[in-house]
Every structure is written in C-alpha cells, then in structure tokens.
Design a protein around this ligand. Structure first.
Ligand SMILES: Nc1ncnc2c1ncn2[C@@H]1O[C@H](COP(=O)(O)OP(=O)(O)O)[C@@H](O)[C@H]1O
Ligand SMILES: [Mg+2]
Length: 162
C-alpha cells in the first residue's frame, strides 16, 4: 500500500469554538488505537481547541494545556496513553531524536501532533492529517486519511453532526 497517497478526504465548516470542541469529541468516538493525527494551520487556527475536544471526548476532565512550551503533554486516559505534541518551537527536526520521540511513539495509543511540518523526516506517516483554516468568522477543517484505519475513521464520520 502506498501510504503517501490520500485514501479519503472530508471537509467540514465549524462556526465557532463550541463547534470545534464538539467536532473533536465526535472524532474521538471513532479513534482506533494506535493512531497518529497531525494538525496543521496557522497560529490561532484552532489546533489546540480541536485537540481539547478529542482529549475530553476520550475522557480527559478539565483543561488542556497547549504544549507550545513543553513540546509534549501526556494524558493517561481509559483508551491508553495519549501524547499531545506542539512542535512549533522545534528549530531542527533532529531535536526530536534527542527528546526521545521514538519512545513516545512506541508507548502512545494516540499522538496528536500540532506543527508536524517542524518535525518533517522524523515523524511517522499520520493516519489522519487535519488542516484548519480561517473561513469567515469560523473555521474550515479538512481531514485526509493516509492509512486504512484513517480511511475507516473518515468513512464513519457523520459530518451533519459536526
Ligand atoms: N470554529 C471556530 N470558529 C471561530 N473561532 C474558533 C473556532 N474554533 C476555535 N476558535 C478560536 O480560535 C482560537 C484557536 O486557538 P488555538 O486552538 O490555541 O489555536 P492553535 O492551536 O491552532 O494555535 C481560539 O481563540 C478559539 O476560541
Ligand atoms: Mg496550539
């Protein structure tokens, strides 16, 4: 299987922050472990907001800290070990090797990775790549699958429930 070709793609419009969190929660219900989900988009696009919806949907109670400064925030959830990464401050993708990125991956049931472009060459192929962009006052979110589990997830996504 050529994992580099997009297997499925869907787009959804999200009117406000509440819709983004709700969409993350809907996504979380479809996640099969282990999975890698990348989130791309400018600063303030909503990557952390969507991650919060996913984490809360997986049973995390309380706030979700942006990993901008810590690079990674771990969550031990009923579904297993989840790592939420923000690679914005990674200057050189090789830094991922020094921080033991491979060990995180090996342990993770789910990796959420903001700014994956900063880790190019050191990241695994994502199951799902999410791109968020400004759309009027809201956001446009595109999901692309790069694996069979990712394809299944996108196939099951009922976008009317957004
Ligand atoms: N669908 C949406 N429409 C409008 N604003 C949104 C939407 N989703 C999130 N936001 C807002 O956009 C900002 C996103 O911040 P954040 O999630 O930290 O972005 P990022 O992690 O991409 O830098 C927050 O202020 C949030 O309230
Ligand atoms: Mg963020």
């Amino acid at each position: 299987m050529n994992t580099l070709s997009k297997l499925a793609k869907k787009t959804i419009e999200l009117a406000d922050e509440t819709a983004t969190v709700a969409f993350g929660q809907a996504l979380s219900a479809l996640i099969k472990n282990p999975m890698v989900i990348t989130l791309q988009g400018q600063l303030g696009a909503g990557k952390t907001t969507l991650s919060r919806g996913i984490l809360q949907g997986l049973g995390h109670c309380g706030s979700v800290k942006s990993p901008t400064y810590t690079i990674v925030e771990p969550y031990r959830l009923p579904a297993g070990q989840v790592f939420h990464f923000d690679l914005y401050r990674i200057a050189d993708a090789e830094e991922l090797e020094y921080m033991g990125f491979g060990e995180y991956l090996a342990e993770a049931q789910l990796c959420l990775i903001e700014w994956p472009e900063r880790g190019q060459g050191f990241l695994p192929q994502a199951d799902i790549a999410i791109e968020i962009s400004q759309s009027g006052d809201g956001r446009c979110v595109t999901l692309a699958a790069y694996s069979e589990v990712g394809e299944q997830l996108i196939g099951q996504l009922d976008l009317d429930k957004g």
